[in-house]
Design a protein around this ligand. Structure first.
Ligand code: SF4
Ligand code: SF4
Length: 456
C-alpha cells in the first residue's frame, strides 16, 4: 500500500514535458568551468594551474575536513583558475578547461579487479575518491554519510520520490539504468550490513517501479520497491523516512537518529559506476524544462558545461522568458543568467515564460492557516514570517525556524502570495548570525576575565 507523511501539497507535477523523453547525450562543450564548491562543506583547493594538461577523471580539486574531491570532466588544457559565477550566487574559484576533444581517460581511473571482493573499507574509500555527493541537490558527501552510519543505520532508503514538479532525471534513470540502481543498492547493503535496501518511489512512476522490480527479480537482489503516495515534499529526507518506517526524525536531528540513511537514485548509480569502473563523478543528468523552453529534454553532460548550451540544445529560450531557476520550482534558486556551469547538484534548469508570473505587489497574510496545514515539519509559517519581518530573532528560534526544510509547500499554498520560503532562508541566517555573535561575545568576555585574573 502506498504510504505518506504529515502535511504537504499537491502541485501539478508538470512532468509530462520530459518523462517520456530518453536521456540524450549533449554534444561535448568546447570549454567547461568546474566550480571548486559543489558539495556541502568547505570549497576544494585546486590542484592544477593554467597551462596544465588534464584528462577525464583526473583529480583537480582536493577537499579538507567535510567535503569531496573534484575531477576533470573533459580532457584538455587548463585555461584559467579563477573566480567564476555559479548557481549558488556570486563567484567561486573554478577550474576552466579547454576541451581537446580527445576524451583521454586519466590513469587515476582504475577499475577494481573484482568489485564484489572489495571490503567495506575499500568500497567507502572508492566512494570518497570518486567525489560522490548527494546528487538530488543536497550535495552532502556520500562517504561521510556511509562511514558515519555504519553500525548505526538499520534501514537504507533510496530516494526515488522525485517529488519536485518538472524534474524527471531519476524517473528516466529507473527506466534506462535500473541495473546501475539495483547494483548500487547491493553495494550499499553490503557496506551497511543490512539485509535489504528499500527504494521509495511515488506511485506516479509505475513504469519506473516495474523496471526496478524486473531487475530485482532477475538478480534476486536484496532490494524492495516501496510505492509512495504522490504528495510534495515526499522526497524530503525526513518525510521519506516517516513514510517508509512510520518513525519521525526528531526536531534538529538527522535520519541516522532513527537508524535510517537516505541516498538519491542518481547517487546510487554513481556509487555503482565508481565501484565497478573506477570512474568518479564527471557527468550529470539535467532536466531542462518549463514554459520558457522551446523543446524540453533530459540531457546528460560533463560537469562544468555552461547552462546556456543546455538551453541551446533544447531549441533555446522563448522571448517571453522572465525567470530562470536552477533546480525545481519549489526549492530551486532563481538565476540572473544562464552563464553558470552544471554542477554535481544540478538536477534541473527551468525557464518560465511571462504568463506564469504570479508575483503580486503587496503580498498580504489573510490568516487562513493553510500554510500551517501544509507544513510537513509542523511549523507555523505565518508566525515565522511575522517574526522575521519584525526582526524578532529569539522568537524565530523558539518557533523552530531551524527545522524548516525550505520545501516551499507553504509558499505554494499561500493565497496572499507571501515570499515565505525566501523569508525563512533569511531568518535562518539571522538566527545563525546571532548565535555566532553570542558565542564570540562569550569568548571575548571569558578572555577578558582571565586576563583580569592574571593581572590581579
Ligand atoms: S497561507 Fe499565507 S495568507 Fe494564509 S495564513 Fe499562511 S501566510 Fe497567511
Ligand atoms: S518551507 Fe519551511 S515553513 Fe514552509 S512548509 Fe516547508 S518546512 Fe514548513
Amino acid at each position: 500500500m502506498a504510504k505518506a507523511f504529515f502535511g504537504g501539497v499537491h502541485p501539478n507535477d508538470r512532468k509530462a514535458a520530459t518523462n517520456e523523453k530518453a536521456i540524450e547525450q549533449l554534444a561535448p562543450p568546447a570549454q567547461v568551468v568546474i566550480p571548486m564548491s559543489m558539495h556541502f562543506g568547505a570549497p576544494c583547493t585546486p590542484l592544477v594551474q593554467k597551462g596544465d594538461h588534464v584528462k577525464i577523471g583526473q583529480k583537480i580539486g582536493e577537499f579538507k575536513g567535510l567535503g569531496a574531491p573534484i575531477h576533470a570532466s573533459v580532457s584538455g588544457t587548463v585555461a584559467a583558475v579563477e573566480p567564476r559565477p555559479y548557481s549558488m550566487g556570486g563567484k567561486i574559484t573554478s577550474v576552466v578547461i579547454d576541451n581537446d576533444f580527445l576524451d583521454e581517460i586519466s590513469e587515476e581511473v582504475q577499475a577494481p579487479a573484482d568489485p564484489d571482493a572489495l571490503s567495506v573499507e575499500e568500497m567507502v574509500e572508492i566512494v570518497k575518491n570518486a567525489g560522490i555527493v548527494g546528487m538530488g541537490g543536497a550535495t552532502f558527501p556520500t562517504h561521510v554519510k556511509i562511514s558515519g552510519g555504519i553500525g548505526q543505520v538499520k534501514t537504507v532508503i533510496i530516494n526515488g520520490a522525485e517529488c519536485e514538479p518538472y524534474i524527471t532525471g531519476d524517473h528516466r534513470a529507473m527506466l534506462e539504468r535500473p541495473e546501475e540502481i539495483i547494483g548500487g543498492c547491493c553495494y550499499l547493503a553490503k557496506m551497511f550490513g543490512v539485509e535489504k535496501v528499500i527504494i521509495g518511489v511515488e506511485d506516479n512512476k509505475q513504469n519506473g517501479i516495474d523496471a526496478l522490480n524486473k531487475v530485482i527479480a532477475e538478480q534476486k537482489a536484496p532490494v524492495v520497491v516501496q510505492p509512495l503516495r504522490c504528495r510534495y515534499p515526499q522526497g524530503g529526507e525526513k518525510q521519506l523516512c516517516q513514510a517508509i518506517t512510520g518513525k519521525q526524525v526528531p526536531p534538529g536531528g538527522l535520519p541516522s537518529a532513527i537508524g535510517c540513511a537516505v541516498f538519491n537514485i542518481n547517487t546510487t548509480c554513481a556509487i555503482y559506476r565508481a565501484i565497478t569502473t573506477g570512474m568518479p563523478v564527471v557527468r550529470k543528468v539535467v532536466t531542462v524544462s518549463g514554459s520558457g523552453v522551446v523543446e524540453p529534454k533530459n540531457l546528460e553532460c560533463p560537469i562544468g558545461t555552461p547552462v546556456s548550451l543546455l538551453f541551446d540544445a533544447c531549441g533555446g529560450l522563448k522571448d517571453t522568458t522572465f525567470k530562470l531557476i536552477a533546480g525545481g520550482p519549489m526549492m530551486g534558486m532563481a538565476q540572473y543568467s544562464a552563464d553558470i556551469p552544471v554542477a554535481k547538484g544540478t538536477g534541473a534548469m527551468l525557464a518560465f515564460a511571462e504568463d506564469e508570473d504570479k508575483t503580486v505587489e503587496n503580498p498580504t497574510c489573510i490568516r487562513c492557516g493553510r500554510c500551517v496545514e501544509a507544513c510537513p515539519m509542523h511549523l507555523e509559517p505565518l508566525y515565522l514570517y511575522l517574526y522575521e519581518q519584525k526582526n524578532l530573532i529569539e522568537e524565530l528560534e523558539a518557533a523552530h525556524i531551524m527545522d524548516c526544510i525550505e520545501c516551499g509547500a507553504c509558499a505554494y499554498i499561500c493565497p496572499g502570495r507571501l515570499h515565505l520560503t525566501h523569508t525563512f532562508k533569511v531568518g535562518k541566517q539571522k538566527v545563525k548570525d546571532a548565535a555566532a555573535k553570542k558565542k564570540a561575545a562569550e569568548a571575548a568576555a571569558k578572555a577578558a576575565a582571565e586576563a583580569e585574573k592574571k593581572e590581579a
